[in-house]
Ligand binder design. Structure first.
Ligand SMILES: [Zn+2]
Length: 385
């Protein structure tokens, strides 16, 4: 049995102990210690990492009463020094205890029970067995949860040995174990059986921020971040928002309206541009629709959408020659004809110029990586049409 130091002292960052066993399974190496400060994965909380005698700990897991430390290599000595990756542990304690507080508050305010918890690398999610949670509810939950942090409520753990003993506590959730039950309480906020690591004061959680909530299998999934994660996120959002405010010469109160106004303006300009281009394209069509010979033209100022528009108008009309148009903006070509097989010409020649595309006997379209490739392709096919 491994003595779990973290159960009594979550703040122990280094510890000297002895190696009990070294196990090799395939290409994996596991070390069993007499005592450990490394929390193995459990209850939604990922495992601790760190070093044992300066060798990287890759994973920590439970096997019965033992804690297995997966290592890059076995330590050379029986006496080893363990070093905890404290940044990682503190982050886990902040997310985990934040989840306790939030879940306890939801239970107290609305009777919702936490049915699932996942600590992702970015977000923490909790699944609450309430079908609908309004924005007002979430705001109230967030405020009440952070109030627990401001009060710096004590977080205590008590070990009880039977379900009867545990039943004396106001637990918010059914237990899954029936002996050596660890009851974790956040004063005034939460009481639940849990095997994870928790700070001794709620103040260490720092901050609880809900990001969104969505319906999930008849329940509500809440996304949150706590502690430094929430602070880091705030800094990124603040920086982004500040840049947007500068771009729009707006303050926090007016920036939303400014963005909406600019978006509407841009849509109006796009529509105006579309109409203008159509008018220009229509003028070109007037000059070419009645042509009695092939039309070949490379445009500097038209994109593929323009060429498609021109081609459609030409082929819908009485035009019965061959149309070949290219765009220097998009390095694209369209060939339409009722006298030559367009698809066949593209199939036979386009690959020689690094192009992609094809089509039917009546119409084909292709694109090229460069203007040079496109022009060379056009030079080759215009003698064929
Ligand atoms: Zn816990």
């Amino acid at each position: 049995m491994t003595i779990r130091i973290y159960e009594d002292d979550v703040y122990k960052k280094t510890h000297k102990t002895r190696v009990i066993e070294c196990i090799e399974e395939g290409d994996k190496k596991f070390v069993v210690l007499e005592e450990t400060i490394f929390f193995p994965e459990g209850g939604g909380q990922p495992c601790d990492l760190g070093k044992i005698d300066n060798i990287e700990v890759l994973d920590v897991r439970e096997k019965g009463e033992l804690v297995l430390h997966e290592m890059a290599a076995f330590p050379e000595s029986d006496e080893v020094v363990c070093q905890l990756d404290w940044e990682r542990r503190l982050d886990h304690m902040q997310q985990h205890c934040g989840e306790h507080i939030l879940s306890g508050i939801i239970y107290k305010l609305y009777g919702g029970v936490n049915k699932g918890f996942h600590m992702g690398k970015d977000m923490v999610t909790v699944d609450i067995d309430l079908k609908d949670m309004s924005d007002e509810m979430l705001l109230e939950i967030e405020r009440a949860s952070n109030d627990v942090i401001y009060k710096n409520a004590p977080v205590t753990t008590e070990l009880v040995h039977s379900q009867e003993e545990a039943a004396k506590f106001p637990l918010r959730k059914q237990m899954t174990v029936d002996s050596d039950i660890r009851i974790v309480q956040v004063e005034g906020a939460d009481c639940v059986a849990c095997c994870g690591t928790h700070p001794t004061l709620a103040g260490e959680v720092g901050l609880i921020k809900i990001f969104k909530a969505e319906k999930n299998k008849g329940m509500t999934r809440i996304y949150l971040k706590c502690g430094r994660r929430a602070m880091d996120d705030f800094q990124v959002r603040h920086e982004t928002l500040t840049e947007i405010m500068q771009l729009y010469s707006a303050d926090l109160q007016s920036v939303k309206e400014k963005v909406k106004q600019e978006r509407d303006k841009a849509a109006a300009v796009r529509e105006e541009l579309k109409q203008l281009k159509m008018a220009i394209n229509d003028r070109w069509l007037v000059a070419h629709l009645d042509a009695d010979k092939n039309v070949i033209e490379i445009f500097e100022d038209k994109n593929m959408d323009d060429l498609k528009y021109l081609t459609k108008k030409m082929t819908d009309s009485a035009f019965s020659q061959t149309l070949c148009v290219g765009s220097k903006q998009d390095f694209g070509v369209i060939l339409a004809s009722s006298t030559v097989n367009c698809g066949q010409i593209f199939k036979e020649h386009i690959q020689n110029f690094n192009g992609r595309g094809g089509g039917s006997p009546k119409m084909a379209q292709g694109s090229f990586p460069s203007e040079e490739d496109m022009m060379n392709f056009l030079n080759e096919i215009t003698v064929l049409i």
